[in-house]
Design a protein around this ligand. Structure first.
Ligand code: S3P
Length: 271
């Protein structure tokens, strides 16, 4: 029994070393963020994690720890994941609202930002669908657009409670001017844009957008986009065009523009 306690004591000593090393590691993560912010180096460097994985595997291979390779790698994946979380906390202590026309890429970009930054994510349409137990098309058909817009506004008010969340909004969130103020209370608003032709390409196979169901053509998209243009621009803290760019390029552009905005080196429109 005494022997077991002695072994446990040794494990506790290891834990102390781990905690100390993790705390030091986290401080260095903060230093990296400050350095990247000051020098303008891209914040997201996915190749860095791959490099770290390779270096770790090289170290483990053939070593006395080789039999625990899988477990150790798993632990490090967690450490890296949490490093991303710490970076995001240091950078964005607020919610990020993605707005833009249907097919501008809000859902795709929100998912990618979530993965890269380990922030929370809410898909507003999904939240509404879940709560109502009906699809967006069914809500429009049964209760009409005004009812749907009320649900959207209520949803935004509820999201005030969330922190560090990426919210992918429905394309019509800017129809109600009040919604803009709700978003700005605890968040930054990112406008994603795309050409009408790109939008059509992205949404043509979906029947989940009641406004486009009988209007799947460039002309209609162009007109509705034009009608909403001013509202989108008024709401946006930053704007990022998505045409011809990869998901990673768009995410990096969002991150660097938000940082510039927070540093005061980019003026928010209307500021
Ligand atoms: C709408 C956009 C849709 C959805 C609803 C209305 C709009 O969201 O909320 O069909 O008015 O632009 P997505 O932009 O995610 O498609």
């Amino acid at each position: 029994m005494e022997q077991l306690e002695q072994i446990r004591e040794k494990i506790r000593a290891c834990d102390d070393i781990i905690v100390g090393a993790l705390a030091e590691r986290m401080q260095h993560i903060q230093e990296i963020i400050s350095y990247k912010k000051a020098t303008g180096i891209p914040i997201l460097q996915p190749e860095q994690e791959q490099k770290q994985t390779r270096a770790l595997l090289n170290k483990l291979e053939g070593s006395e720890f080789a039999e625990f390779e899988e477990e150790i790698l798993d632990i490090f994946k967690y450490i890296w994941k949490n490093s991303r979380r710490i970076q995001a906390k240091a950078l964005f202590n607020y919610n990020i609202f993605l707005i833009g026309f249907m097919g501008a890429g809000k859902t795709t970009i929100a998912a990618s930002l979530q993965e890269k930054l380990e922030m929370n994510r809410v898909e507003m349409d999904d939240l509404i669908v879940q709560k109502q137990g009906m699809s967006v098309s069914e809500i429009f058909d049964e209760y009409g657009e005004t009812y749907f817009r009320n649900l959207e506004s209520n949803c935004l008010i509820e999201l005030q409670k969330q922190k560090q969340t990426i919210v992918s909004c429905g394309g019509g969130i800017i129809v109600r001017p009040d919604n803009k103020d709700q978003m700005k209370k605890n968040g930054r608003v990112v406008l994603l844009t795309a050409k009408p032709e790109t939008v059509l390409e992205r949404v043509r196979d979906s029947d989940e957008r009641p406004l486009l169901n009988n209007n799947m053509n460039v002309d209609f998209i162009k007109k509705l986009m034009e009608k909403r243009r001013e509202r989108y621009q008024e709401a946006a803290d930053i704007t990022v065009s998505t045409d011809g760019k990869t998901t990673s390029q768009i995410c990096e552009e969002i991150i660097s523009k938000l940082i510039a905005l927070d540093n005061g080196s980019l003026q928010a429109p209307g500021a």
